[in-house]
Write a protein that binds this ligand. Sequence first.
Ligand code: KG4
Ligand code: ZN
Length: 340
Amino acid sequence: MTVVMGIETSCDETGVGFVEDGVLLGDALASSMDEHARFGGVVPEIAARAHLQAMVPTVRTALGRAGIGLGDVGAVAVTAGPGLATALHVGVAAAKAYALALGVPLYGVHHLAGHAAADTLEHGPLPERSIGLIVSGGHTSLLSVRDLVRTPIVHLSDTYDDAAGEAFDKVARLLGLPYPGGPSIDKAAREGDRDAIRFPRPLTGAGDPELAFSFSGLKTAVARYAEKHPDADVNDVAASFQEAVADVLTAKALRACRQEDVDTLVIVGGVAANSRIRELARERCDAAGIELRIPPMRLCTDNGAMIAAIGDLLVRDGAAPSKPDFSAIPTVELQLAQLS
Ligand code: KG4
Ligand code: ZN
């Protein structure tokens, strides 16, 4: 059996994890989130410098938690894309250095395949067929998934404009809630009434594409409402906005399961950490007899364990390592787990 080291640096989290045969041995995470807060969003150059500073200490912490040494590592996997170019380059360079120094194979992997693989650490191998709902800061997609490493993933739909996480971040900003917006809205919403305001459910009308998403208009509707009602309770606005997102995401995910005749739904990505989305997905899946899989919250947002998890699946499948001169690819649609 091979211990796979996973390295994740696509955005503002430096993640390192160790997985062996589907089991997470240990992981560690450093975040430059606080350094970006005053800019209201991730500054790529700051993120890259922070990754550089955090890389070696984060590897050491993860090794300590896993109770292993570098000599135990048998393969290295790294996020090759998508993500911020400056940030990805740091992880790819570090992964190449570790792989070369240790004399072990290296795998450049797709970040979103890592998000999906995170769930296997908690719930074991995916069934033969499942519907994946990926909801992160940069992506919102419904996917038809068969095998994460062998069969190309089919995109059933994507967002036309903002990703769900982006909508959370932008709405939080316009409501004056602290960065990062997703967790802030989740927290504020707990004190609010989700039925206070009926915000639009985008692309749910007759004749609209059934599985497609759009969040830009919803964001504008919240902005208009906040402008018109300066004294509105922020918690009510946050809860009502969150309800609109949760409603649309879960309704369309269930529709995809029905359309594809699949009885497992896997929700992954940073927005899958949202408490209301988790709750509503649970209710609706239970009612529809669909098995719901969502990774534990700390494995939903970016981390190194998920990259080690997809690396471990590739290694166990006998995939050929990536060429040592591969580069980061900042924009790339998820089809195959291995990028290069
Ligand atoms: O997957 P992720 O960590 O990074 C990307 O690959 O984009 O997702 C980050 C996104 C951010 O937009 C953040 O606001 C959102 O996930 N997020 C949440 C929650 N926690 C993180 N959105 C809603 N509710 C949450 N609890
Ligand atoms: Zn992510």
